[in-house]
Design a protein around this ligand. Structure first.
Ligand code: ATP
Length: 313
């Protein structure tokens, strides 16, 4: 593919030819600083490769985006959106793929990311059929915790699904794919939270909340899928699937855990503002309300990322 060709070319170039974008680290990295290993996966505009940073021996996943291809397909803004969201999220949460550095050369953009060695959650669900209740609860909690962090940084993921939940070497979640993420601008926030309450339109309120809240809807879909082993909403075509979503046409298989059922029902509230966790932090329906749901009663939130991981089954 053009991307691989570019990657191969890049590897043979001297470090002087690349332009580092990472001014803050005061380093001028290039592909020559890494030993590239196998291809971990391919996206529509990118190839992700395992790579070792020669200076430290640390392994990373490097996402290589072909500049010409991005330009031809008018997708440069997607790559930049992903970079901007990842930079905004920083290294502050273990459940999100961290962007360590970016650099570029004449052909490619390089994103140096946390390596998630155990692939996508989707592959695991497909392989296992469904996940045990213990596993589903554990991963649901990690997703809730990571998405809460994302939202506190004023980023909305907008494409949460098991394909975008990677598993690291300890089988903990790392959320990835911020190409469709949206950063809520301060002005938007001002409109919503600082404006004169009596005059703010429901649409304006809803637009902001719906966006964050749509991530909560997606979490409901993921929890349903992990436990049931099938989609909550699935029609014979995309159109029919959308019809089902719009009419909240879903049902639970026999034996679906009652607490999980209650949680999913609350995440599938049609009104985005009523969705569990959609309210302001500290408020009656804020993120704390979601964490306090009985389904999560056995979860220790403060040790969620250091506790032993339940076997993936
Ligand atoms: P598309 O661009 O079509 O939406 P995508 O978002 O999956 O696809 P990439 O982000 O380039 O595209 O990822 C391609 C594949 O590489 C992914 O499916 C994933 O399996 C793998 N991958 C991505 N990031 C990492 C990572 N940090 N660690 C390990 N594997 C990764």
């Amino acid at each position: 593919t053009p991307t691989l060709t570019a990657a191969a070319q890049a590897r043979s170039k001297s470090r002087n030819r690349s332009k580092s974008q990472n001014r803050s680290a005061n380093s001028r990295l290039s592909a020559a600083d890494f030993a590239f290993g196998e291809t971990l996966g391919e996206g529509s505009y990118s190839t992700v490769m395992r790579a070792t940073y020669l200076r430290t021996g640390q392994e990373y996943a490097i996402k290589i985006l072909d500049k010409n291809h991005l330009m031809r397909k008018e997708k440069m803004h997607v790559a930049l959106a992903e970079k901007n969201a990842l930079v905004k999220l920083g290294a502050g949460h273990p459940g999100i793929v961290h962007l360590h550095w970016t650099f570029q050369d004449d052909w490619s953009l390089f994103f140096v990311l946390d390596l998630a060695t155990n692939g996508e959650m989707q592959t695991r669900i497909s392989r296992l059929g469904s996940l045990s209740l213990t596993c589903s609860r554990y991963y649901a909690a990690q997703i809730v915790d990571a998405v809460d962090y994302i939202h506190t940084k004023d980023v909305i993921h907008r494409d949460l699904k098991p394909e975008n939940l990677l598993l690291d070497n300890a089988y903990r979640i790392k959320i990835t794919d911020f190409g469709t993420a949206k950063i809520i601008e301060p002005s938007e926030r001002a409109n919503t939270f600082v404006g004169t309450a009596q005059y703010v339109s429901p649409e304006l309120l809803e637009k902001n909340e719906t966006s964050k809240s749509s991530d909560l809807w997606a979490i409901g879909c993921i929890i349903y899928q992990m436990i049931a082993g099938r989609f909550a909403f699935q029609g014979l075509s995309e159109y029919l699937t959308w019809q089902k979503i719009k009419s909240l046409d879903y049902s639970f298989p026999d034996g679906f855990d009652p607490d999980a059922k209650d949680l999913v029902e609350r995440l599938f509230a049609r009104d985005p503002l009523q969705r569990l966790g959609a309210g302001l932090p500290g408020g009656p329906n804020g993120p704390e309300a979601l964490r306090s749901h009985p389904f999560f009663a056995s979860i220790s939130w403060s040790t969620l990322w250091t506790d032993p991981v339940p076997p993936l089954e």
